[in-house]
Design a protein around this ligand. Structure first.
Ligand code: SAM
Length: 436
């Protein structure tokens, strides 16, 4: 039966085998644990992806096309067809694969939205190759010297390196689109390549600054704290009449830091912080600095908090690259050392406030975990608490955070323990044992 392309689903099917093969190669699918193709349609790109990654997931919204693909790949155990709207994908179960590569000739209608959903942190995606309208690709990849440079360039490039790979003309599609397409590749920006800042403030400032492109920034920004616009412009080494498009990504980050009052260069925890040192029975025997405690492996105390929401999902944080131990791995909602003389319960509330920006009314002790190398010689009390968010996490402590179904965490911990702080795994096992 003849298939009629649906304009509402942005169906322009690629006919050129060489272009399809080339796009597939750009995501470097060979031996990847998981490649996801968005909008496989009639399988033009799929053909060149088959058999290359360990697993290939196809996400297609169109019932008719999805049925045809399901029949075509019914005998392949390495291909999974999902008849789903890619703007509503739940990618959290994919973390357990350890890096997801995404590729797609995206439908024009919702291409930008699919890109946003798949690449807004936190995301398991580690490489994305997308074909979109040329003009959108230009904006995504633009730097300050380009006419296409704007809010989209800055917001996306804060997290991603964007490469503009090539232009693809309308003649290689049926039906022909009205405009040129292009292909971009996105890979995560190296952690620490920009100073940290509060993401919500950064987004708000960029949006406000670009809301009226021709206007000077001083008339668009919210009231500038700490000495007003003159002081901020001078610290950015920008002129008083600067417009949004005249500031680089790094200057926008510095502006967000200015609003936060974040003056000092990023640094990890203070080696001079004081902790109680304890004996094998977890009794206090003295006080030492953080530096001494960690360097000599002395036993001390810490609390971990699992925050659950009303759906029973648990909030996990990815530790900042600035952490001196276990940087950039996933951890409990909040965790930290007890201050000298502090109780576990008081520390749990304090960490909720300091790390997540939330006021927990109370926490409940869920487990005692003995001090071992896996906990970093910490006697840990695991506490649980309830909060529905939103979290306003400290960007120098936490890279990002996400709510997860406990079953998803359980599978992920089993398949990729290297993605987690070892102390968290001890806590998770204790929690699972108590909540079978
Ligand atoms: N990959 C095929 C190719 O290159 O010939 C098809 C590309 S076509 C531009 C876009 C595809 O995305 C279509 O198959 C369309 O049905 C599908 N699609 C449209 N909206 C979608 C959505 N929200 N989620 C998943 N797929 C979608």
């Amino acid at each position: 039966m003849q298939f009629t392309a649906k304009k509402s689903l942005g169906q322009n099917f690629l006919q050129d085998q060489e272009v399809a093969r080339w796009i597939g190669d750009q995501v470097q699918p060979d031996d990847a644990p998981l490649v996801v193709e968005i909008g496989p349609g009639q399988g033009a790109l799929t053909h060149f992806l088959l058999g290359r990654p360990k697993k290939l997931v196809l996400v297609e919204k169109d019932d008719e096309l999805a049925d045809a693909l399901r029949i075509r790949f019914k005998d392949r155990t390495d291909v999974e067809l999902r008849r789903e709207d890619a703007t509503r994908l739940d990618m959290r179960p994919w973390y357990k694969h350890g890096g997801v590569k995404v590729v797609g000739n995206l439908p024009y209608s919702v291409g930008s939205e699919i890109l946003r959903v798949m690449t807004t942190p936190p995301t398991p995606v580690t490489c994305a190759v997308f074909m979109l309208q040329k003009e959108v690709c230009q904006r995504l990849a633009a730097t300050i010297d380009s006419d296409s440079y704007g809010a989209l360039s800055i917001l996306v490039q804060a997290d991603w390196n964007v490469e503009f790979l090539r232009v693809v003309g309308p003649e290689v599609f049926i039906p022909r689109p009205r405009v040129d397409s292009a292909v971009i590749r996105m890979t995560p920006r190296k952690p620490g390549s920009l100073p940290v800042c509060d993401r919500a403030i950064f987004h708000r400032l960029v949006r406000a600054g670009f809301s009226q492109r021709r206007k000077q920034l001083k008339n668009l920004l919210p009231e500038v704290p700490h000495g007003g616009w003159e002081a901020l412009a001078s610290s950015l080494k920008a002129s008083l009449t600067t417009r949004a498009e005249e500031l680089t990504l790094a200057q926008w980050v510095d502006m967000a830091r200015w609003y936060e009052g974040r003056r000092d260069a990023d640094k990890g925890q203070k080696a001079s912080e004081m902790f109680d040192v304890v004996n094998d029975a977890n009794e206090v025997i003295g006080q030492k600095t953080r530096g001494e405690v960690h360097a000599t492996g002395l036993k001390h105390r810490a609390v971990h908090v699992f925050v659950f929401n009303k759906h029973g999902d648990v909030y996990l944080q990815k530790r900042s690259h600035l952490k001196d131990v276990h940087p950039l791995v996933w951890d409990s909602s909040a965790a930290g050392h007890l201050d000298v003389g502090e109780s576990y319960a008081a520390c749990a509330l304090r960490e909720g406030k300091e790390e997540l920006g939330i006021d927990l009314e109370m926490t409940t002790k869920a487990a005692d975990i003995p001090a071992t190398e896996r906990t970093g010689m910490e006697f840990v009390e695991l506490h649980t608490a309830h909060h529905n968010g939103p979290m306003r996490y400290a960007p120098d402590e936490i890279d990002c955070g996400e709510w997860f179904k406990p079953a998803v965490v359980g599978e992920w911990v089993n398949t990729r323990p290297q993605d987690f702080a070892t102390g968290f795994i001890e806590c998770w096992r204790a929690w699972e044992a108590a909540n079978p």
